[in-house]
Design a protein around this ligand. Sequence first.
Ligand SMILES: *Cc1c(COP(=O)(O)O)cnc(C)c1O
Length: 399
Amino acid sequence: MMKEYIEQAEKDLLHTYNRYPIVFDRGEDVYLYDLEGKKYLDFAAGIAVFALGYGNREYNDALKGQIDKLIHTSNYYYNVPAVEAAKKLKAVSGMDRVFFTNSGAEAIEGAVKAARKYAYLKDGRTDHEIIAMEHSFHGRTMGALSVTGNPKYREAFEPMIGNIRFAVLNDFESVAAQVTDKTCAILLETVQGEGGIFPVRKEFLEQVKELCEKRDILLILDEIQCGMGRCGTFFAWQRYGIKPDIMTTAKALGCGVPVGAFLMTEKVGAASLTAGDHGTTYGGNPLACAAVSKVLDLFDRNHIIEHVEKVGNYLEQELDKLAEEFDCIETRRGVGLMQGLVFKVPVGAVINRALEKGLVLINAGTHILRFVPPLIITEEHVDAMTAILRECIKQAEAV
Ligand SMILES: *Cc1c(COP(=O)(O)O)cnc(C)c1O
C-alpha cells in the first residue's frame, strides 16, 4: 500500500528530498504509525516541531473550535487569537513586539529587513552589512539562504542578497575581524541545528553582545530550532542571560500548524519597520495563532520547561554512555532535548536500521545523529530509544 503512494509521489512531487520509504498516517503521543499500521517511537518530532506530541486533545480541540469560528481574516483587521498569542509570546520571551509569519525562513527575512531598516533610519545608507556564521542554517528563501553559512546550499542560486559576511561560531576574533562601519547586525543560532548541533559558548555570546552594544549593531538570535523550551529554558538565549535585539522562532511555536515569528525589543520596534514596510497575507491568521496561544498555555500548565531540564539531563547521560561504549562515536554535544551524537562514519545506515526497528531518528549533516524528540518524552522513552539504537550501531559496526 505504501509502495503505490511512494511511486505516485515520485512522479508528482518535485524531487527536492531523498525521502525515507515510509508514508506516515497518524500519530499518538510520542508514536507515529505508517499506512500499514507499523508503530514508530519518534525522536525527530517532524524536525523539532511536535513538542507536545501527537493527538493532544486540548490542542486539537482548540484548533477545531477555531476552524468552526474563523480561519482567516488578512492583516487589514484585528483578530483575537493573534492578540492573545502575541501577549503570551511577549510574556515568555521578554521581547516587546511580535510579527507572525508562516515559516522560519520568513521570520529570518523579517528580522533581516528590520535590522536593515533600523540602520537605514540611523544613517541613511543603503549598503549595510550583516555578519552571519559558517555552518549556520536559516532557511531556503533567497534572503535566508544568503545568511546561511553553507556554500553548497547557495552556489547554484547565486547571486545572493549582498553584503553578508561570514564568521566562525565561538571564535570572537573572527567576528570582530568582519565588523566594519557598515555592519548593522550579527546573526546566529543560539544552538546551531542543521549545521551539526553546536551550542554557542557563553563567553563568545557575551563578547558578541558587548561588541553589539558598543557599536549599536543589532544582535539577532535564530531560535527557530533551539527555542520553545527545547534547551530547558523557554528560549535558549535565556540560558545564557544574553537578550537579543531581534529573535526568530518557528518550528515548535505552533506544534505542527505552520507559523513562525520575529520579535524585537522596543528600541528596534520603535525605529525600524513601520506601516507599509512589511506584510503577509496569511501571517498571524486566527487558526495559526489559536495554535500558538494554546501551545503556550499547555507549556505553562504542563511545566514543559522543567520537564525538559530533567529528561534532557537523562538523555544527555544515556547518550554519553553510548559515546563511551562505541568506538565509531566521537562525541556527544547539545543542550536539553537538542542533542547530537557525532560519528566517525556516515549515519545513514544507522537511521535506516532504526526505522526498520520502529525508531524515527534524523541526522544533522552526514556524520551526526540528531535527537530532537517531542518535549513530553519520559526517561522510559529514552531507554526504549537507546536500546534500539544500541542494536543498530552494533549491526552497523559488524558490517
Ligand atoms: C528550520 C530552520 C529554519 C527555517 O525554517 P522553515 O520553517 O523551514 O523555513 C531557520 N532557522 C533554523 C535555525 C532552523 O532550524
